[in-house]
Structures are given as C-alpha cells and as structure tokens.
Design a protein around this ligand. Structure first.
Ligand SMILES: Cc1cc2nc3c(=O)[nH]c(=O)nc-3n(C[C@H](O)[C@H](O)[C@H](O)COP(=O)(O)OP(=O)(O)OC[C@H]3O[C@@H](n4cnc5c(N)ncnc54)[C@H](O)[C@@H]3O)c2cc1C
Length: 415
C-alpha cells in the first residue's frame, strides 16, 4: 500500500488529505500530522481578538470553538489517520520522519504544509512588548487585554480614550482595527463609559495601505476606517516598539495602551529541520508548476511555506488561504497521477476573488472583472464564503452548527 504523509493541517494540508481520502483512501495509507488537534480558521481570528464582554464564557471555551474545527470531525469516516504530534525532523533521502515524541514514520509521498509564523523583521521591542496576532492564543490574549482595559476605564482607573496601536495595515491589520473599533465602542456604551472611548492608530511603512487592491477599493476601505475612528498612518516605518508606544523612523513616538503586531509572517521554522530541503533566501520552499521539489519528486509542498512564481506577473504569489486550498487540490491530484503513472497537473494561481471585513456587518468583496461590492451585501458575500469553506471540510450539519455558533457570538447586534 502506498503511504502518504501530510505535515500540517492548515488550509493546504486539510484539502490535500480530504481529496486523497476521497479518491484513493481505500488503496493508500494517508496520515496527517499536526501539533494541534484542531484546524484553525484564521479568517475569523479577528472576531475572537476583538470580542468584548462575554462573561458567560470565562474560560473562552465557546469562543475557541467558533474558529477551531476538531480534526476528529473533519476526518470522521474518511480513511485518513490523524496524528497529533510535533514534527521533529524529516530525512528526505531516506523517506523517514520523526516526531518530537520519538515516533518514526516512513512514507512514499510527503506533503509539506507547515504554513507560516509571525515575523517581527528584527524590529526591537516587538517580541517583548507587542501582542502577536497569528494563533488562537494570540487572539485570546488580545481579547483579554481589551476587556481588562475596558474594566479599568469603567472603574475610573484609566483615562479615556483607550489607544490601540496596530502595526501593519495589510488585510489582517485592517480587519482587526475595524472590528476593535466597532466592538469596543459598543462594550463602552454597555459599561456606561462617557466620552470618546477609543482611538486606533494603524501604522503602515508603505506609502499606501493594501498595495494589492485597486485605488477605488482602497478609498472605500480607507473611508470606512476613518468613519470608524481609525487613524491610518501610512508611510510610517516602525523603528521600535515599547510597552506603551511605537517609535517611528521619522522620529515621532506615538503612545498607547496596547501594541498589536500584524506586520508580517515568515515560513515555519520547522522547515529547517527537514534534511535535504533547499530553502530560498526568504526561508521558503521553492517549487515548480507541479508543486513538487525539483530533487525529490515524491515530495510536494503547499500553502504559505512555498515560493511559487506566477507566470503571469513573474512575482511570488501571496500567502493566502484560498491559494493554499488550490495547492492542496493540485498536490492530491498529482500524487494520484504519479501513483498511476499519468501526466501531472500544472498549478495556475488565480487570486481574482477576495473578501475583506471592515468592521461589523460591512465587508468589501472583490469579485473580479472590476466588480466590487461593499457594505452589507459585501458582508453577506463574506458569510457565504465562510459557510462554503466549512461545508467543504465538514458534513453539512457540523458546518451549519459552527457557522450558527459564530453568528450568535459575534455578529448578532453588529452594525
Ligand atoms: C489573522 C489572520 C487572518 C487571515 N485571514 C485570511 C483571509 O481572510 N483570507 C485568506 O485567504 N487568508 C487569510 N489569512 C492567511 C491564511 O491563514 C494562510 O494563508 C493559510 O492559513 C495558509 O495555509 P497553510 O496550509 O499553508 O498553513 P496553516 O494554515 O498555517 O497551517 C499550518 C499547520 O501546520 C501545523 N504545524 C506547523 N508546524 C508544525 C510542526 N512542527 N509540527 C506539527 N504541526 C505543525 C500548524 O499547527 C498548522 O495547523 C489570514 C492569516 C491570519 C494570521
């Protein structure tokens, strides 16, 4: 029997596993290894970070369930073995991997889907003082700190407005800033806090936020942020970060109550423990159009950890979930084709469609061919995209149950 091992249960790894399980699950041994026992739905991480006032969930159990999908639910009855373990090292030449618990596993085909991790680009103070925003624990820390700040404001121990310093105005920073603006204001009203409760600075080193979007879309998003009280600080490269300030390279220092770092990611450090893997200068895995390694054609790589040059733009493709899913589909197809001795499929990236939430029931949906929907209907588009994804990895009942839980906790009453 052919043995396939998938490292990492993010968007790319889960898609690879499900497609393989469906198409060759009975004739191959498929295992997916992840250090966690759940698949993290990062597109809704900003909801967990910005939620306030949920006293009825003191240990955040319900909160975690809204964005972490147990692998047991995803792979139930699917001919896929889930192994919860941390990958320690892999030897590509001998086709053996070791987990941190000391288990050794052999494979015929390997899929590397280990994703990315937060990067501070060696900016002084980020590690020590800034809240990160990449994992579920990061989001929970931001949520708790926000609640703590609101409590001290309500108790008169702190002066209004609370000031949030968000570093990095990519999609992640924009979504987080907008949602915090909506939620904190509502929570402040509920706690009867008088005056302007909140001020948010969103720092971006580039001259414009969101360089990949059109001017028209940038204007819509910027106007919405401004309306929510977010000050967009573009052209503001950060020199260092402290406990309660951000120092800019132009000499200005902005003080605040909380610093959040959303300015970038780098490939998983775990890639360095794969012997025989050649990494680019940025630490990514370079793959060709079939998504396998040039030296080891039985090893595929997908998602945030790869460097893939788009033939149309001659630039590396962005690290986004929907591309990781596409990679997963291609990797699964190509493993099957390779087993059967058939021609491999070529990956042609397409990133024409995206939706970004900008606070409350407001999103901007870029639907390609110059069509953009913003506001409530953009939000509906975003909800449908989320539900469609959950449905693609779970039975309908379970997908609906997570979707409903998320709606009840985050969206009800949102403007
Ligand atoms: C806050 C936030 C919001 C985002 N919003 C969007 C969005 O709205 N739309 C969008 O398209 N993209 C979004 N992204 C980007 C998206 O999350 C990534 O592009 C996507 O997760 C990449 O998928 P992946 O499969 O490569 O890796 P990941 O999803 O990161 O999965 C990697 C997996 O590998 C596991 N792992 C790593 N190292 C080890 C190890 N040594 N041993 C065992 N397991 C290991 C991890 O636990 C993880 O489950 C967002 C990202 C963030 C951080």
């Amino acid at each position: 029997m052919v043995r396939v091992i998938i490292l990492g249960g993010g968007f790319g790894g889960v898609r690879t596993a499900l497609d393989l399980g469906k198409k060759i699950g009975k004739t191959a041994e498929i295992a997916l290894i992840d250090r966690n026992n759940y698949h993290l739905f990062t597109p809704s991480l900003y909801e967990v970070a910005s939620v306030c006032d949920i006293a009825e969930d003191p240990f955040s159990v319900a909160l975690k369930k809204t964005i972490s999908v147990p692998f047991a639910d995803i792979f139930e009855g699917k001919n896929i073995n889930f192994v919860q373990a941390e990958v320690d090292n892999v030897n590509l030449a001998s086709q053996v991997l070791k987990t941190k618990g000391g288990h050794e596993l052999c494979y015929d085909y390997l899929v590397i889907a280990l994703g990315s991790q937060a990067s501070d680009f060696n900016t002084p103070g980020v590690k020590e003082y800034a809240y990160q925003f990449k994992t579920i624990d990061d989001a929970l820390m931001i949520h708790r700190k926000t609640d703590e700040l609101l409590d001290s404001l309500a108790a008169g121990q702190r002066q209004a407005p609370l000031t949030f310093l968000i570093c990095g105005a990519g999609f992640t920073g924009v979504e987080l800033a907008a949602e915090i603006a909506c939620r904190v204001r509502r929570a402040a009203r509920r706690r009867k806090i008088k005056g302007r409760p909140l001020r948010i600075y969103l720092f971006e080193a580039a001259p414009r936020i969101l360089p990949y979007v059109s001017d028209k879309e940038r204007e819509i998003i910027s106007n919405r942020l401004t309306k929510l009280g977010v000050a967009i600080m573009s052209g503001s490269a950060i020199e260092s970060v402290g406990d309660s300030f951000v120092k800019l390279k132009n000499g200005q220092t902005v003080s605040g109550d909380m610093v959040v770092w959303t300015a970038g990611v780098k490939p998983s450090e775990s890639l360095k423990s794969i012997n025989g893997l050649e990494l680019t200068s940025g630490g990514k895995i370079s793959v060709g159009e079939h998504l396998h390694l040039a030296k080891f054609k039985n090893v595929f790589a997908v998602g945030d950890s790869i460097e893939f040059i788009d033939h149309k733009t001659q630039k590396p493709i962005p690290a986004v979930a929907y591309l990781a899913i596409d990679h997963g589909k291609i990797a699964a197809r190509n493993i099957i084709n390779s087993i059967r001795g058939e021609e491999l499929k070529i990956h042609r990236p397409s990133y024409e469609y995206w939706v970004t939430p900008v606070g409350g029931k407001y999103s901007l949906a870029h639907l390609g061919r110059g069509i953009t929907i913003s506001g409530f209907w953009g939000w509906i588009a975003r909800e449908l995209v989320d539900l469609r994804y959950l449905k693609s990895i779970l039975p309908l009942g379970k997908a609906l149950s997570i979707f409903a839980r998320e709606y009840l906790m985050f969206r009800r009453g949102n403007m």
